[in-house]
Design a protein around this ligand. Structure first.
Ligand code: FES
Ligand code: MG
Length: 593
């Protein structure tokens, strides 16, 4: 529709800039915007005010491209008849924020809700990139429920080192194993890391950033093809422009998140996440986005819809390639074509284009079968998350697409016991304890051990840390044993290729079974049954429960850490601020003057 014509709606921003009978108020609201050149005429024209939620900054290098892209987004907004207002979002930088960026998803969410509620903004462009910038923006858009569109900043260019593709993040996990095994020097390790990050953009692997941007597109929240365009490509600037144009139209159409996000669109996201080999962090983020949209995703949904899905996308860490190749292969629309052809997703779901997925993906099949595999000839079958439960936790996940053949052979293929693993637990209280003791010979860690880290969940860390992908002791690495099974109540990086049992809920700090585990206990994992237990008699567990089993956790170091701990839920339920979930559609009522 043409958006520049007579406005069919009265936008909420007019309650600020054009309030009937309140000239005093209007004058106050208008005057300061003029001091950078806006005119009362344009602000009172009835055109929509479009927020650009700017997540890029010097502290957010993965999203920094948006500082440039916003110029094109503004052009699009202006050309379509809107007025752009760009404003900063609390920075989230996965790799640098201590103790963990996980604290910031909910903080950025809170800040964004306040801005979108309290200022004269009619619709918003959510700029996304680094892992948690996507879910925090989508969560806030649902709470406020004004028209919103996701603009990914895009991945970095592919990294190359001595003729090999090196993916950001993934190269760190692989490099540190080679360093510990004495295969490379520290200097070479740093060179590898630098080579993996050759340009502006977020991680070029299918880590959490690429995963969450893809998920936003699957949910229908960004224009088709948006997620995969590398940050420096010309198409990225063009996408920024088109996104600016489209959000103005959406403002006129009043096309809000509540009209787009449905239970079915979240089930699509769960299915697509398996097909792309998506990050294990997608689990709490998908659940959090759904809950803020008022939609329930159960533990069983991951099993029912998410497990029996083949791996179609050949990207690191589950596969071989990186972001540029994925984009050229057709990106998310091409993956959706495969899933739609197999009847695995609901293509009637509405998207920001105003059209259903089915129309958006027409003619977008891949022409690169090395990168996007056919549904019936996939890279791997049953590649979704395995959901586990037992006396250690009520819920944990394992990413099956990164379980290597070597690992399956070594641990899951005992004749007559296929899929059943038993190992001796080595228990660490937090990552510092792990780093101090992993090479301690008295632990006698061998290939029959399973490494456990606790105190790494939302309450324990606090924030839930990406620390579960623990590597074996140096002595084992030198013998060629690249990974041991691991379990933890924290998370792991989406770029990691470790077959870990993650996001265990409830965490030990919340009274989960991990708190009762002792080094030397046997842990039994049954992949077929979906169970994971410590093989310890109930009487012994009762004794341990009675002797105050809670491992120590650090005190909160900032006011936000304390607030966070007071309100955060467990990872199985998305790690949300539980008190925030009751707020939805808060922009429907104009805040008081
Ligand atoms: Fe920011 Fe990977 S660290 S995208
Ligand atoms: Mg990460």
């Amino acid at each position: 529709m043409s958006s520049d014509n007579n406005a069919p709606r009265r936008f909420r921003s007019r309650e600020w800039f054009d309030a009937p009978g309140r000239a005093d108020m209007t004058a106050l609201y208008l005057e300061r915007f003029m001091n950078y050149g806006l005119t009362p005429k344009e602000l009172r024209s009835g055109k929509p005010i479009i927020g650009i939620a700017q997540t890029g900054s010097d502290l957010s290098p993965c999203n920094r491209i948006h500082v440039e892209l916003a110029k094109r987004t503004r052009d699009g907004i202006r050309d379509a008849g809107g007025i752009p207002f760009e404003f900063p979002v609390h920075p989230i930088f996965e790799n640098c924020r201590r103790p963990t960026a996980a604290l910031d998803r909910n903080l950025a969410y809170l800040g964004l809700v306040e801005v979108l509620h309290g200022y004269p903004i009619d619709a918003v462009v959510l700029t996304t990139g680094c892992d948690k910038t996507t879910p925090s923006g989508v969560m806030a858009a649902s709470t406020v429920d004004i028209p919103a569109i996701v603009l990914s900043g895009g991945p970095m260019l592919d990294g190359w080192f001595e003729g090999d593709l090196v993916g950001s993040g993934t190269v760190i996990w692989r490099g540190r194993r080679r360093l510990a095994a004495g295969e490379i020097t520290e200097e070479e390790f740093l060179e590898l890391a630098a080579a993996s990050a050759p340009s502006a953009g977020h991680c070029n692997t299918m880590g959490t950033a690429s995963t969450m941007n893809a998920i936003a597109e699957v949910l229908g929240l960004s224009l088709p093809g948006c997620a995969a365009i590398p940050a420096p490509y010309r198409e990225r600037g063009q996408m920024a422009y088109e996104t600016g144009v489209r959000i103005v139209e959406m403002a006129y159409e009043d096309l809000r998140p509540s009209k787009i996000l449905t239970r079915q669109s979240f089930i699509n996201a769960i299915v697509a996440n398996a097909a792309i080999g998506g990050s294990t962090n997608a689990q709490p983020h998908i659940v959090a986005m759904a809950r803020h949209a008022g939609i329930e995703i159960t533990h069983d949904d991951w099993r029912t819809y998410g497990y029996d899905v083949p791996l179609l996308v050949n990207l690191q860490p589950a596969g071989k390639y990186l972001g540029e190749r994925f984009h050229r292969a057709g990106g998310v629309p091409a993956v959706l074509c495969e899933l739609a052809g197999a009847g695995k997703i609901d293509t009637t779901c509405l998207t920001v284009t105003g059209k259903p997925i089915a129309e958006n993906i027409q003619g977008r099949e891949t022409n690169d079968r090395e990168v996007i595999f056919p549904y019936d000839k996939p890279l791997m079958t049953r590649a979704g998350f395995l959901v586990l439960k037992g006396n250690l936790f009520d819920f944990a996940i394992m990413k099956t697409s990164v379980i290597s053949d070597d690992f399956r052979q070594r641990y899951l293929s005992r004749p007559g016991h296929e899929g059943v693993y038993e190992g001796r637990a080595i228990v660490f209280d937090g990552p510092d304890d792990y780093h101090e003791r992993i090479n301690d010979p008295s632990l006698a860690i061998d290939e029959n051990c399973i490494l456990v880290v606790r105190g790494a969940g939302p309450l324990g860390f606090p924030g839930s840390a990406e620390v579960v992908n623990m590597q074996p002791p140096d002595a084992l690495l030198k013998r060629g044993i690249k990974s041991l099974p691991t379990i933890g109540d924290g998370r792991q990086s989406g770029t990691s290729d470790s077959p870990s049992i993650l996001n265990a809920s409830p965490e030990s700090a919340a009274g989960g079974g991990l708190a009762l585990l002792r080094t030397g206990d046997i842990i039994r994992l049954d992949i077929n049954k979906g169970t994971c237990d410590m093989v310890v008699a109930e009487a012994e567990l009762a004794r341990r429960r009675a002797e105050d089993p809670a491992p120590p956790i650090p005190a909160s170091k900032t006011p936000w850490q304390e607030l966070y701990r007071d309100h955060v839920g467990q990872l199985d339920s998305g790690g949300c601020l539980e008190m925030a979930l009751k707020y939805r559609g808060v922009a429907d009522e104009t805040p008081r003057h």
